[in-house]
Design a protein around this ligand. Structure first.
Ligand SMILES: Nc1nc2c(ncn2[C@@H]2O[C@H](COP(=O)(O)OP(=O)(O)O)[C@@H](O)[C@H]2O)c(=O)[nH]1
Ligand SMILES: [Mg+2]
Length: 382
């Protein structure tokens, strides 16, 4: 499954800096508004424990990478500008912004804890602002859902299938599938009769879509400039520093560190560089800040309820036909089955499915067998 995480936030929140750090690319970063005007796409990674640790040999990923058993599984990231100052207070959001969030499976709502005078914004105000932005996205979705509702109801009135089969015609623009629509419907009280849906149903549907199906994660940036982040953390906000992330990236590419996780300076780093890296390291160790990779992984795996599954050709050696160990890591929805994995590998493999084999237990699995996180699976197909 393709995962795309959008970074949204007001100008100066640090979206482009964060995007750069997450994707290892350089994009326009500036202290003035509208530096970036178009959505930029790049690749970042979620991190999971690699099953190769259970083998005598290391893996050779076709996509992504693996550092001492930490497997980096690629996800797409978007730098989404266009959320203007004052949106959330009815100033409206740009069309381009809305188009971009349509293509995102989840969002990071990046919050700048400083105002234009570079003073700290009180925590209540930050959470209110974040809420307003999210509400505006929910209202936008609800209005798209509700537009020409009667016409839609007439169009599907002859259909006998379940509600999700009808609603897919309405919310297809957002890329939500039928199982996801069913999940939204089950979570609330939605009348079977679409004609009777009103504002409340539209908003409720939209709210669940934007919190459960396409969650928005509030992340406070510029934590390096905050002395004590505990108040923010206690109000349920994640605190990061895009600046530190970028420094860690750079230190790595200069060989000043060899592990972006432990941030341990190498002899190549001079005294000043070592001190700077150690300061950064201590702030993460003390729990003052969290790493963006951890935020991303938590968002994709836990909030979006996904798992990582490793399809292999040989269920004993966990390799492909060429002997590459654990070459693929697939992000799948929790609840998906061996057959879903077969189709994710290739349509032909799905169509020709005979059975699957669990690489750990060597048990034979049928089509409907539900996959678990970190499963290593061989699919046998015609
Ligand atoms: N101290 C600090 N400054 C940051 C951080 N992230 C971004 N900035 C600065 O904030 C300004 C705006 O950053 P930019 O990435 O262009 O923001 P965007 O408008 O949201 O894309 C730039 O001067 C950045 O250097 C951070 O984590 N810490
Ligand atoms: Mg920018």
């Amino acid at each position: 499954m393709e995962i795309t995480v959008g970074i949204a936030g007001k100008p100066n929140a640090g979206k482009s800096t964060l995007f750069s750090a997450m994707t290892g690319t350089t994009v326009a970063i500036g202290d003035y508004q509208f530096t970036t005007t178009e959505t930029t796409r790049g690749v970042s990674y979620i991190v999971t424990k690699c099953p190769h640790l259970e083998l005598k040999h290391e893996c050779s990923p076709k996509h992504g990478k693996c550092f001492s058993g930490r497997r980096y599984v690629p996800v797409d990231v978007l730098d989404i500008p266009g959320l203007i100052e004052g949106s959330g207070q009815g100033k409206g959001m740009g069309n381009q912004f809305m188009d971009s969030i349509r293509g995102a499976s989840a969002m990071i709502n990046l919050i700048n804890p400083f105002n234009q005078e570079k003073e700290r914004i009180p925590v209540d105000q930050l959470t209110n602002e974040a809420q307003e932005v999210e509400n505006e996205i929910i209202i936008w979705f609800a209005s798209r859902l509700g537009s020409e509702w009667e016409k839609f109801c007439r169009k599907v009135s002859h259909m006998n299938g379940p509600l999700e089969e009808k609603l897919i015609q309405k919310v297809g623009f957002f890329g939500i599938g039928q199982p996801e629509i069913r999940k939204i419907l089950n979570s609330g009280n939605f009348p079977e009769l679409l004609n009777s849906w009103g504002n409340d149903e539209m908003t409720e549907f939209s709210r669940t879509a934007m919190t459960v199906i396409r969650p928005m994660e509030r992340v406070v940036n510029k934590g390096d400039l905050i002395h004590d982040t505990s108040e923010l953390i206690n109000s349920g906000l994640r605190v990061i520093s895009a600046d530190y992330e970028l420094s860690i990236q750079r230190a790595y590419s200069l060989g000043l560190i060899t592990d972006m996780d432990s941030i341990e300076p190498t002899p190549k780093a001079n005294e000043k560089q070592s001190l700077a890296l150690e300061k950064i390291r201590n702030e993460y160790r003390a729990g003052k800040l969290v790493r963006i990779q951890d935020v991303l992984t938590d968002l994709v795996k836990n909030r979006m309820e996904n798992i990582v599954v490793y399809p292999v050709y040989d269920d004993g050696k966990w390799c492909d036909k060429d002997g590459n160990i654990l070459p693929d890591a697939f992000i799948m929805k929790k609840g998906e089955t061996a057959l879903d994995l077969a189709f994710a590998v290739h349509t032909d493999i799905g169509n020709g499915f005979i059975r699957a084999v669990d690489g750990r237990t060597r048990m034979i699995l049928g089509k409907t067998h539900e996959l678990k996180d970190s499963d290593v699976i061989r699919v046998v197909s015609r």
